[in-house]
Design a protein around this ligand. Sequence first.
Ligand code: NAD
Length: 503
Amino acid sequence: MTAAAGSVRDRLPAGCVPAARHWIGGTWVGARSGRSFETVNPTTGESLHAVAAGDAGDVDDAVAAASAAAGGWWEMDALERGRTLRRAAELIRANAARFGVLDTLEAGRPIRDTAERSANGAAALFDFYAGLTDKLRGFTQPMGPGYSAVTELEPYGVVGAIAPWNYPLSNAATKIAPAIACGNAIVLKPSELASLSTLLLADLLHEAGVPAGVVNVVTGIGAEAGAPLVEHAGVGKVSFTGSTATGRRIGEACGRLIRSVTLELGGKSANIVFPDADLRTAAKGAAFTVFNNSGQTCSAGTRLLVHRSVAAEFLDLVRAEVATLAIGDPMLPATRLGPVVSAQQLHRIERAVERGVAAGARAERPAVASWQPVRGGYFHAPVLLHDVDPASEVAQQEIFGPVLCVFSFESDDQALALANGTEYGLAASIWTRSLARYERARREIEAGLIWVNCPHALHPGTPVAAQKSSGLGSEYGMEAAGQYMKQKSTVSTWTDWTSGFEG
Ligand code: NAD
């Protein structure tokens, strides 16, 4: 065990997010109830920063601010809306270091990932959607003489968005950028475990020229601040990212309210290594996909499916990759794995591994380059689970930790059946040099995103439409515009309709 250097509070960028404040109507406001809670630094278990404990009253205020701002934002010259988003992208890049420290301190993500890399990713989303603002075109339908049919796109008005904690800045940017590019205002509730970078982002968007009220952040726990947002009569569209269990509840509420909803949920993605693959690069990918961010990635390849003929050699290569991982204080640049996000998450992972072993799996804890957990932090070493029953809970349900379930297969049929053998359909990876295997896997794998010979490469322009219990609707790409706008058709004639039209 090591101790984190200095006081945790000393390591927060000075004054970048005030204590116990929402961001509503372009300013910092306390919770109406006056309540707040402390977020925790998962590296040390110490309190980090006071966050406002939002509830229905704060949601009312935020939705009112968003409703007041939405019309003017949509009516603004679309090119100017795009320029504003581009300025936002520049400011995000310029503040990469501050975002990095916030996400590392609150979510435990290694600073080598949070600084430049995640700010660049978030900025790219604003750049991409900046280019969309003036291309949101409707269409006409020829109807014959005397008639015209026009279909226009219009924003929902107020989007209610809810995000998880695993990539806090990126999760917030993924919601805000397309929603406001399409002329909506947004009320975003970040995870209670990691709210700070979302608050900083809202402040910077305002500095970039996004008018007051267009972006609002209400912090708080799901049942108190998230649920009233989903149910609020002033919200036209709900966009949720989080677990499948919460997504089902939100989907049910939106079904009852007949409210448009996009759901981006959990995954149990297969990573298939065919015998003709370049095993060395595939092993790097297999370790990266599941151990990056300590396994807390929705699209992580948590089920390794490797052909029996190469399984022993491949697992040795994976162990060699694990042997390069330094685990410890995520503020240190050499650290590759930090803690998991909370004591509760650590407990969940430990129980999942225990239940897997009780169901017949064998747990291996491969050697790592260095294991230096900080005292009080929520650290979990990488685990390989062998001899896993594909029907068991550990093979079927998301663990969200650095745990890899290993399976072997003998035929392509078997590999694809295993890959599709869970309720999830978020992502999958395949490693092969065979075009025929690529073509078949691409057709038959049930997932919204398939990586071939690379892990986790993604461009903001590529839509991801999760399948099965992993979600509903698309995120990213032009397609996200379809999620944040509604179509309105108008059919008109200026002649006597009683003569000639038989529709
Ligand atoms: P979670 O479902 O516990 O919480 C997500 C958000 O929902 C939080 O902000 C939480 O406060 C809020 N919430 C909880 N209960 C609510 C309720 N009753 N009403 C409204 N809001 C409520 O998920 P999490 O633990 O924060 O995140 C991890 C999960 O997110 C994993 O399952 C992961 O796979 C998933 N995820 C999916 C994607 C994707 O794109 N598909 C991306 C990132 C994370």
